[in-house]
Design a protein around this ligand. Sequence first.
Ligand code: GDP
Ligand code: ZN
Length: 440
Amino acid sequence: MPSGQTQPDAPIFALASGAGRAAIAVMRLTGTGCGEILRHLCGTLPAPRRATLHGLRHASGDAPPILLDRALVLWFPGPNSYTGEDSAELHLHAGPAVITAVADALVALGARPAEPGEFTRRAFMNGRLDLIEAEGIADLIDAETEAQRRQALEQADGTLSRLYDDWATRLRTTLAHQEALIDFPDEDLPPEIEQALLDELRALTREMRAHLDDGGRGERLRRGLLFAIVGVPNVGKSSLLNTLAERDVAIVSPRAGTTRDAIEVRVVLGDVPVTLIDTAGLRETEDEIEAEGVRRALFHVKQADCVIGMFDGDTPPADLPANVILVRNKIDLVPTTKAPHGAIAISVHDGTGLAQLTEILADRARALTAAQAGPPLTRARHRAAIEESASHLAAALDMHWPEMRGEEMRLAMRALGRLTGAIGVEDLLDTVFGQFCIGK
Ligand code: GDP
Ligand code: ZN
């Protein structure tokens, strides 16, 4: 992104939608000089914020201007635009030749193609949104389910930022009181000030810890869950995976496993994207010691949010974690539908118990991501910053020397400032905005 950094407001452009087979392609443009470019292409500056139809013309060299396309044009003068800079949208006919011709003309007129996330990066630089809101927009673009959409939209709209800003404001006030105690130790400041200050530090630490202590629900919903099916060979793991992928759960994208010996399928359970992983392929070891195979499978699924332990006789797989869901398959082969060890009795072949199992899995997915009071923590970046802030506050509470307490409070402030992007985040920006698509 070097060019973006050296010339923060030079005009950039990107297709915002309509690449591939589509009728309309929206070409987005922002930066100082946008107005001039529009005036050149349209022959006039369109009325602000109104969709108007224009012939787009451009002349290369001394040749007379040629018509590139007839397009709906929107002109958003800064600072009241998404980026805060002069901006425009050209709603082009989506043919590749039209897009190329217009892109060539834009380059000839001094604009350059945008980097991923560069529009939103400019919006951030121009104070239109903070880092938390920008990340919410990236999540909104990636949202696959309704629950993800709601969480991302809330974040993009500033609900999470308000929580963090509120902490920062309270901490700033408390720090001001602390500094008054440092600067005027001998004045007659009311003695309650120090007590109130310590109480507020304790309250802030408690609130941060409660926010951190949410079991990772928001982070899980954002990235989706991992459910692993484990069990000795031949109990029906692959059959169950296939059935779950084809049943009332929607397939998002089937793909070959990322690990050598596992097959993954993306499904939606309880409105949460879930990657089901079938711990197959332990073929080299399975004939020798089946238990070793299970241990290996468990090693692969250590990071799983939920383990489905499958068996087809009387003995469930060994060494399973406490959160396992036990499933006894092939119940069609035995006269009873009661399964041992409190397992859910199913038959992938005749469908017995599958609806119940799907519902239990959906309940688990919902429970793992269920909303709690207040907006959830959604990213490892946020978790790290809040942990840092909370531990400086805890250290501040341990300090008896006012200067040292003040220093810890300043460090806690700094961590919160980096969280929302208010201070010292230049090194973070490439990472944050690099996750975006081009055109946003
Ligand atoms: P995996 O090795 O655990 O993945 O097991 P598979 O899914 O490959 O299934 C092993 C064998 O069990 C196959 O022949 C399946 O057709 C069979 N099978 C799977 N589910 C059932 C079931 O519910 N009833 C019966 N009778 N056979 C089943
Ligand atoms: Zn299998």
